[in-house]
Design a protein around this ligand. Structure first.
Ligand SMILES: Cc1ncc(COP(=O)(O)O)c(C=O)c1O
Length: 376
């Protein structure tokens, strides 16, 4: 059987990984400044994480959501404490798209309405409603286009208010910092105005923190830079350090009812063990401090490169923008210097999403390599 060929692949085959490095089958070592799309949070194959998952597998790996699972409660308590979001309730699922799908469903259940306001260049996943609120017509099939969605530019609150006033909107969904789109973000004023407009109109305010959450922006969730309190927060990527898990944090505004949401695999024992190990390491190794220290160092060092037009993003969710397309730079970084970086919808932007444990010396490796590539 052939694989369904939907991914253009780089000719690299990682077979081993540790911390911020991966190795291919020939033993070549690569510096991973992309974390497999911002997924690797505590570093590849962290020993505490590996031990925790292996031990859990020896006890029980899976049972259904119709029995008690104390690991879900333990995880929810830890997440509440570390994120400062103790006043939310947690629903566990398996991916970012699924988290957003459930968030939009909750908004629609709560309000009885179905139009959603999303933003230009937004990416929220590939399932039914999640892809419909993603600003990319090429990945929407006709079946997705039956959803009612209005895309607006960021930072223009008057346009949002005009739509909310029409009275048919169930949710506003926005990324803490846009990932796939290219690291644009709302201003603090805009986030605060959005919250007010949603409250005033009885609309559910959803923060997609799937990429920007879990410390990546320098705060646990990127919206925490703006002093707001969303109705729903969605999370995935860094949560499991590669183990598939997603979460929906739901404010008391939305009351749970039996059967309202559900999943076979979401919140299973193994996924919870992985997610607990991640939070334990974030705390024990003070990764939140590391993110801010290494981010400042990155911003200082990147100034040495005159071709850089702008650096976007925050913390360790960064985009280095040039006046020209970066596709060749990314190739040279991988094949000549063995460094993984990412691209974005904005073709001039190099995306940097390293494990949150990345060190200054690894930023040095990158800056030195980038200088060489640009001077070739
Ligand atoms: C902001 C954001 N939301 C949602 C998703 C979808 O997550 P998943 O691929 O786990 O379904 C992504 C994935 O890149 C994302 O960056």
């Amino acid at each position: 059987m052939n694989l369904f060929n939907v991914y253009p692949l780089y000719n690299v085959t990682p077979v081993k990984a540790k911390g911020c490095y991966v190795w291919d089958e020939k033993g070549t070592k690569y510096l991973d400044l992309y974390g497999g799309h911002g997924v690797i949070s505590i570093g590849h194959t962290h020993p505490d994480y590996v031990t925790k998952i292996k031990e859990q597998l020896d006890h029980i790996g899976f049972y259904s959501n119709s029995i008690q699972n104390p690991l879900q409660v333990e995880f929810a308590n830890k997440l509440g404490k570390l994120s400062g979001c103790e006043d939310y309730n947690l629903f566990l699922c398996n991916s970012g798209a699924e988290a957003n799908e459930n968030a939009l469903k909750l908004a629609s259940f709560k309000t009885g309405k179905k139009r959603v306001i999303s933003f230009e260049k937004a990416f929220h996943g590939r399932t039914s409603a999640a892809v419909a609120v993603t600003d990319n017509i090429n990945i929407n099939a006709p079946i997705n286009l039956q959803q009612e969605v209005t895309f607006l530019p960021l930072n223009q609150i008057d346009l949002v208010e005009r739509e909310l006033n029409k009275g048919d909107v169930c949710a506003v969904i926005i990324e803490g910092i846009q990932g796939v789109g290219g690291l644009d973000e709302g201003s603090t004023q805009f986030f605060q105005d959005l919250q007010k407009a949603c409250n005033k109109n009885g609309v559910i305010f959803i923060l997609d923190e799937i990429q920007s959450g879990y410390g990546r922006s320098g705060k646990f969730f990127a919206f925490q830079h703006h002093d707001i309190h969303p109705d729903i927060i969605t999370t995935a990527k860094g949560m499991g350090n590669g183990f598939p898990i997603g979460g929906v944090l739901i404010s008391d505004k939305i009351e749970a009812k039996f059967g309202m949401l559900g999943t076979t695999f979401g919140g299973n024992h193994l996924a919870c063990a992985a997610a607990i190990a991640v939070l334990d390491v974030v705390e024990k190794e003070k990764l939140m401090d590391n993110i801010n220290v290494v981010s400042s160092y990155f911003l200082e060092r990147i100034k040495e490169i005159s071709q850089v037009k702008k650096v976007k993003g925050r913390g360790l969710m960064l985009g280095v923008e040039f006046e020209f397309e970066v596709v060749e730079i990314r190739k040279k970084l991988i094949f000549d210097h063995h460094i993984f970086t990412g691209g974005a919808a904005n073709k001039n932007l190099l995306r940097i999403l390293p494990p949150l444990s990345v060190k200054k010396s690894q930023i040095d490796e990158f800056v030195n390599a980038l200088k060489e590539v640009l001077n070739d």
